[in-house]
Design a protein around this ligand. Structure first.
Ligand code: HEM
Length: 421
């Protein structure tokens, strides 16, 4: 198919062309728009999954956890190198986390964490985040121009935020950030270019697990009032030692929430600032009218959609977008495409920070697995937009240095965002 013209075979030519980690990595929009119009469901021969992109179909999948299971949501893009498993086995046993669970089991496990990211906890972290964001902005201003926004601001702010909320001490924030960023490749549908890259990701994974194990041991002796302490108490309410299996579950869930809390928020913050600066009239508007920050947050979330493509697996025969699917079929939902569905959003390809959306976007997911940290992600963006527009109103992209995205299926995140002011 010349991109733009419908294919005649359900999932045939369109699916063969779809290359989300190759030629559609940095600019998937045109392909997605065409597929959405002409082929709402197609089979991707590269990913070996059925792909849906219309908002209504994406919501249908995400809402119905009984038919569309999360069991495969963290599966790697390609089988991992045989060198990886021994490294992972030297860490904590690989137990399922609530991210891959369904139904009642998922609801129970998720609840242990959900309260920790509620409105009171977010208000509690606002002061810390404002201070940290201010100091990072000041360091950037005092430093050399041009600066690289991901390294100077987006990564350190988001890792501090999640670490502070969970209960890691400040001296561990940087290491946790580096390890989770590398380890994330194993769970984000990363296109690995070498075995060595996989080995490094696995080593970081285990290193971070071991650090979490030490925190759990500390909290067993001295219960703290942070989220690690609360998680330990939930497993061992009477102060009895946790079993090995419980310890493995605790490590896995603390690690999972840390990783999810860091990498996706830095993607939203980095890509959000990148897109605003690519539309300088929108950046100026925000600088002149900071009262627009609230609507800007939702529009940036919709437009950037850092949670890009998520997987599900059918538990029974079903029909999706007119296509019959057998039990066991894998389905990918294109959140980013759904957020630009012309049937749901006027001028979907336009970034307009004054937009009032009549239908909700799916940037933070939908249904039972709706993002646990959506409030934290929004808060980080709110505080950052306020501080950056106040202190760096002349912020702009460095000409001639285009940003490229990480080759991750589950997430769209720029490697670097070179800025000056
Ligand atoms: C700020 C940008 C963020 C975006 C765009 C984002 C996006 C998403 C999306 C789309 C899902 C649903 C995935 C699916 O249904 O398969 C999700 C789930 C999740 N998110 Fe986020 N997230 C963000 C930040 C955070 C933060 C700060 C945390 C920290 C707590 C977090 C923790 C989680 C967890 C634990 C889940 C799984 C929930 C479950 O399985 O019940 N996320 N996120």
């Amino acid at each position: 198919m010349a991109e733009g013209i419908g294919s005649r075979r359900q999932g045939g030519e369109v699916g063969d062309q779809y290359d989300p980690l190759g030629r559609h990595l940095d600019n998937p929009e045109r392909f997605q728009q065409c597929a959405q119009r002409a082929m709402p469901i197609f089979f991707s021969s590269r990913l070996n999954v059925w792909v849906v992109s219309r908002l209504a179909d994406v919501k249908k999948v995400l809402r119905d956890g009984q038919t569309f299971s999360c069991a495969n949501v963290l599966r790697p893009l390609t089988p991992l190198s045989p060198r990886v498993l021994p490294i992972l086995l030297a860490g904590y046993p690989l137990v399922p986390v609530f991210r891959v669970m369904d139904g009642e089991q998922h609801r129970r496990q998720r609840q242990l964490w959900a309260d920790g990211f509620g409105p009171d906890q977010l208000e509690g972290i606002r002061g810390y985040l404002t201070k940290r964001a201010t100091s990072l902005a000041e360091d950037m201003i005092a430093g050399k121009r041009p600066a690289e926004f991901m390294a100077a601001y987006a990564n350190p702010l988001t890792i501090s935020a999640i670490c502070q909320m969970i209960g890691y001490r400040p001296e561990h924030h940087t290491a946790v950030g580096e390890d989770t960023a590398k380890a994330a490749a194993l769970a984000m549908g990363h296109l690995f270019l070498s075995d060595d890259e996989q080995v490094e990701a696995a080593q970081s994974w285990v290193q971070c697990q071991k650090l979490i194990g030490r925190y759990i041991a500390e909290r067993m002796v001295e219960p703290g009032d942070d989220l690690i302490g609360e998680a330990v108490r939930a497993y061992a309410p009477s102060g009895a030692p946790v079993t090995e299996d419980q310890e493995a579950e605790l490590v896995a869930s603390i690690f999972g929430v840390t990783l999810a809390g860091h990498v996706t928020s830095s993607a939203l913050l980095g890509d959000g600032v990148l897109r605003l600066l690519e539309h300088p009239e929108q950046w100026r508007l925000l600088c002149n009218q900071p009262q627009l920050i609230r609507t800007a947050i939702e529009e940036i979330a919709r437009f950037c959609s850092p949670g890009h493509i998520f997987l599900r697996k059918t538990t029974r025969d079903t029909t999706l977008a007119g296509q019959e699917l057998p039990a066991g079929a894998e389905v990918a939902v294109l959140l980013a495409a759904a957020n630009r569905d012309g049937a749901a959003f006027d001028r979907p390809a336009e970034l307009d920070i004054t937009r009032r959306q009549r239908i909700g976007h799916v940037t933070f997911g939908y249904g039972p697995h709706f993002c646990l940290g959506a409030g934290l992600g929004r808060l980080e963006l709110e505080i950052s937009l306020r501080i950056l527009t106040e202190r760096l109103p002349t912020l702009r992209l460095v000409p001639g240095q285009p940003s490229t995205s990480r080759p991750w299926l589950a997430q769209k995140c720029p490697f670097t965002v070179p800025v000056t002011w």
